[in-house]
Design a protein around this ligand. Structure first.
Ligand SMILES: Cc1ncc(COP(=O)(O)O)c(C=O)c1O
Length: 407
């Protein structure tokens, strides 16, 4: 019999009823150290006092207001995002997937209005993840996401991640209107696009007019140690998708764009009942106030350095379990030699939560304000988890590293 919750997830046998900072608690009181943060969502940890205050204060005033009217919290958040980014304008959504939908529409409408309606093609890359809507899965293009869901939205040109020659050739196609990529692939296995490649791509976009759409749903909002990941490369996109961390756990996303790229999106061309809702924007503003502060981002970078150094040590100590550390800021991945699902499960046994990704990687995406003591605790727990896996790989030794009796 089908479960009452549609079984589209392989869920772990863990059920949490409470969260505080980087910790999650089950009904029986067992505590788990959360290095997934809702997959890069709980940027300020669980039950952050500033976010609780923003949400409860707004809840007492006004929950929902149609976009038929001015929404002061939405205006304030849009102003803050514009002030702190390349963008001139923002549209609010409830998720990253919806942001992807608008980004695709915006790019196509841009070229339509410019009198080049044939420029509908959008270049994307293997390993990409842009959400599970029809546009999102067509954009990613992988068999895993698209099989059985055809006919797919046409117009996506799928290239191999890192294939520069194919990219140069595709960018010259007169029907290409945009290129869509994550500066650091998340689901694809924490694969950063090198800064020089982002710069090179920006130059190509400038030469050809192709719009650069960056998906910063997972890597944005301070995750890499800059407010937005592309800032490391010293470039700016034309259109950017954000979500996850921007709501700190409250559903919120946005598309940010330059005035030029957004020029086709006039009244009546797009909308959302809940997008930019007062509750979401009040929380989003509290997140922005915290995360956009230079001192906060400095701390993210310091913590990232500490965590990365400790993870490098872990890889060196368990070279039979791990291959390497990769990523940027507090968006880190451990490439595994054992199946990554085994490492995630071994973590559960040590009460530490990580998230599997493609390319046999486990993701470490803690709250951006994770205390140093929790980083140290995380390393101890991951170390114990790796020890159990390593011991299982060496049947001649038991957990304490001793040879079994009789051998
Ligand atoms: C890079 C990226 N884009 C888009 C999405 C889709 O966002 P959402 O799940 O909020 O719809 C995700 C979600 O994991 C993501 O990581």
């Amino acid at each position: 019999m089908i479960p009452s919750v549609l079984p589209t997830y392989n869920r772990a046998p863990l059920s949490f009823v409470k969260g505080e900072g980087s910790w999650l608690t089950e009904a029986d009181g067992s505590r788990y150290l959360d290095l997934g943060a809702g997959i890069a969502v709980n940027a300020l940890g669980h039950a952050n006092p500033a976010l609780i205050a923003a949400l409860t204060e707004q809840a007492g005033k006004l929950w929902h207001l149609s976009n038929l009217y001015q929404i002061p919290e939405q205006q304030a958040l849009a102003d803050a995002l514009v002030e702190h980014s390349f963008a001139d304008t923002a549209f609010f959504t409830n998720s990253g997937t919806e942001a992807c939908e608008l980004a695709v529409k915006m790019a196509r409408k841009y070229w339509y209005d410019k009198g080049q309606p044939e420029r509908v093609k959008i270049i994307t890359f293997s390993g990409a993840f842009h959400g599970r809507s029809s546009a999102g899965i067509a954009a990613a293009g992988s068999e895993k996401m698209t099989k059985g869901f055809g006919p797919l939205l046409p117009g996506f040109v799928h290239l191999e991640f890192g294939d520069h020659e194919a990219l140069f050739a595709a960018m010259k196609d007169p029907e290409v209107g945009a290129v869509l990529l994550e500066p650091v692939q998340g689901e694809g296995g924490i694969r950063p696009v090198p800064d020089q490649c982002l710069k090179g791509l920006r130059d190509l976009c400038d030469e050809t007019g192709v719009l650069m759409i960056l998906d910063e749903v997972q890597c944005g909002m301070g995750r890499t140690g800059r407010l937005f990941a592309h800032e490391w490369a010293g470039i700016a996109p034309d259109i950017m998708m954000v979500a996850k961390g921007i709501g700190g756990g409250f559903p919120l996303g946005a598309v940010l764009a330059t005035e030029e790229a957004a020029s086709g999106m006039t009244a009546g061309t797009h909308g959302s009942t809940y997008g930019g809702n007062p509750l979401a924007c009040a929380v989003g503003l509290a997140v922005m106030n915290a995360v956009a502060a230079p001192a906060f981002l400095d701390e993210v970078n310091r913590k990232a350095g500490l965590l990365r150094q400790r993870l490098e040590g872990l890889v060196a100590a368990h070279s039979d379990v791990f291959e390497a550390v990769r990523g940027s800021g507090l968006m880190l991945g451990l490439k595994c030699k054992v199946p990554n699902g085994d490492m995630v499960k071994a973590g559960y046994a040590q009460h530490v939560l990580t998230v599997a990704a493609a390319d046999n990687v486990i993701r470490i995406l803690p709250a951006l304000n994770i205390p140093d003591a929790d980083i140290a605790e995380a390393i101890e727990r991951l170390d114990r988890a790796a020890q159990t896996l390593g011991a299982a790989l060496r049947p001649e030794t038991n957990l304490k590293g001793e040879a079994p009796k009789g051998q």
